[in-house]
Design a binder for this molecule. Structure first.
Ligand code: HEC
Ligand code: HEC
Length: 419
């Protein structure tokens, strides 16, 4: 009731209802970022199951990461904790027993010894990596099998213990992770393929390269703030028509099967793609409802206190809907018009430097990116071509001839930081 009143108050303030015809729309338009979608509550049990899957389930992808890429041998012989942290892997401090924490604090743990990495894997403390560790007759550790989970790319830690070591932050993209560099360490790849993988850099991955052979990677996006969007990913490929479980589940199946090489099946005639990694089993399909529920349960993080100038942000808010014309696309409660019947936009709608990625997708169009929590994950746009939110504003100002003054650009930037 209060919300309804507020909505009508906002509506009146906007002066939208002094229509001579006497017609009053049933759902008044709300300013961007306001109003609610009235989504059904999530089943807590399902969310809980989904968390375990998101963090720890490999969907049987050891068949690829161990049997094909032989990454277990790479880690065992060459990946010390120092190296692992260098390529952006994170350590879950909560999985470390007090004695280990103390030993690290006292400098008694050799962070340059791959054996320490194996010990961390044995403790299930490496975010997004699952290892089966056994002991050799001489007492040293051996990594029998390893696989990866969703958390590898879509979780990070809060660095509360040390850089790269802390409590898990699920849904936060790991923009330090260099997935291409990690894969390139496999002894089974030819030099040309390795060169492509090493060209991507931290926070970047191409989730289509192994399917279409094109090399045009994108930033790892957040897996939070997605509940209520009828289409998933930059190009809106995921929707309920192509995966009955839901839009995010469409993409989860895609990644689990075609990228992680989990045991499952993916098919999309729009992409002319069928990938079948079932080995007499399907370790993906039945997990999709819980996995999606968990992601839907993660809200976008609020900006840290004092991280933006509130007065400037208020002026920026007016510019967002006014002179900046941002709200024509970034509209509604989640700052995207995709909630308007699944609306997508043509190739020219993106002001990113790369425009080609869209052509590799199922829709060949862009979804307007939701903006809540945007402060958290620079760089911006699918290609990471804007390093900061100020760069985003400058890009729009130039590409769309908005003629924003320097002061207006600064205000708009403060507003984006506040979302
Ligand atoms: C190797 C890194 C990597 C792994 C592992 C990975 N993803 Fe992603 N994920 C990406 C990239 C890159 C994209 C962007 C794809 C695009 O938009 O075209 C993405 C997109 C997404 C999105 C889309 C968000 C949106 O805006 O709609 C979600 C949700 C997601 N991933 C969840 C998952 C889940 C769940 C798993 C495990 C099944 C997973 N990812 C595994 C790299 C990864
Ligand atoms: C014509 C529709 C449209 C308009 C107008 C528009 N945007 Fe966007 N916006 C998009 C699309 C589409 C994307 C995704 C582009 C990409 O990643 O290549 C996007 C992406 C963004 C991103 C990056 C999100 C991320 O996660 O990296 C920000 C920030 C943003 N827009 C802010 C703005 C601001 C500020 C304005 C007004 C100055 C604005 N947008 C105007 C369609 C629009």
């Amino acid at each position: 009731m209060i919300l309804t009143l507020l909505l009508f108050a906002a509506f009146s303030l906007l002066g939208c209802n002094n229509d001579d015809s006497g017609y009053t729309p049933l759902i008044p338009p709300v300013p961007p970022g306001e109003g609610e979608l009235n989504l059904p509550p999530l089943d807590p049990q399902l969310v809980q199951e989904g968390q375990q899957i998101f963090r720890f389930d490999t969907f049987g992808d050891e068949t690829f990461w161990t049997d094909v890429l032989q990454m277990n041998q790479v880690i065992e012989t060459a990946v010390s904790p120092a190296t692992a942290l260098n390529v952006g892997l994170k350590v879950d401090a909560e999985a470390l027993p007090a004695a280990v924490v103390e030993a690290i604090q006292n400098g008694e743990v050799d962070l340059d010894d791959p054996q320490t990495t194996l010990a961390l894997l044995q403790l299930n403390a490496v975010v997004g990596v699952q290892g089966q560790v056994s002991t050799n007759t001489d007492g040293t550790l051996k990594l029998d099998r390893m696989g990866v989970t969703c958390a590898l790319c879509h979780s990070t830690v809060d660095d509360s213990f040390a850089p790269g070591i802390g409590s898990r932050l699920d849904g936060w993209p790991n923009r330090d992770l260099d997935p291409g560099l990690i894969i390139s360490l496999s002894p089974t790849l030819d030099q040309m393929t390795k060169d492509i993988y090493t060209s991507w850099g931290p926070g970047i991955y191409d989730p289509r390269f192994n399917n279409d052979g094109l090399n045009n990677p994108v930033v790892i996006p957040p897996a939070y703030g997605l509940y209520g969007l009828p289409k998933a990913i930059f190009t809106g490929d995921g929707d309920v028509e192509h995966e009955p479980v839901g839009p995010v589940a469409y993409w989860n199946r895609y990644v689990a099967v075609t990228q992680m090489h989990g045991h499952g099946y993916f098919e999309d005639s729009r992409l002319n793609l069928v990938v079948d990694h079932r080995e007499g089993d399907d370790l993906v399909t039945e997990k999709l409802p819980a996995l999606q529920a968990y992601q839907f349960s993660i809200s976008a993080p609020a900006p840290p206190a004092d991280s933006f100038d509130a007065t400037a942000a208020l002026s920026g808010k007016a510019l967002f809907s006014g002179k900046g014309q941002c709200a024509t696309c970034h509209s509604g409660p989640l700052f995207t018009d995709v909630i308007d019947g699944g609306k997508l936009h043509p190739q020219s709608a993106s002001v990113a430097l790369d425009k080609d990625y869209v052509n590799r997708s199922a829709t060949k169009q862009w979804r307007v990116t939701p903006l809540k929590g945007i402060w958290q994950h620079p760089p911006y746009f699918h290609d990471g071509s804007a390093a900061t939110l100020a760069d985003v504003v400058a890009r729009y100002n130039q590409e769309r001839n908005l003629a924003l003054t320097a002061a207006e650009r600064a205000d708009l930037t403060e507003y984006l930081k506040s979302l």
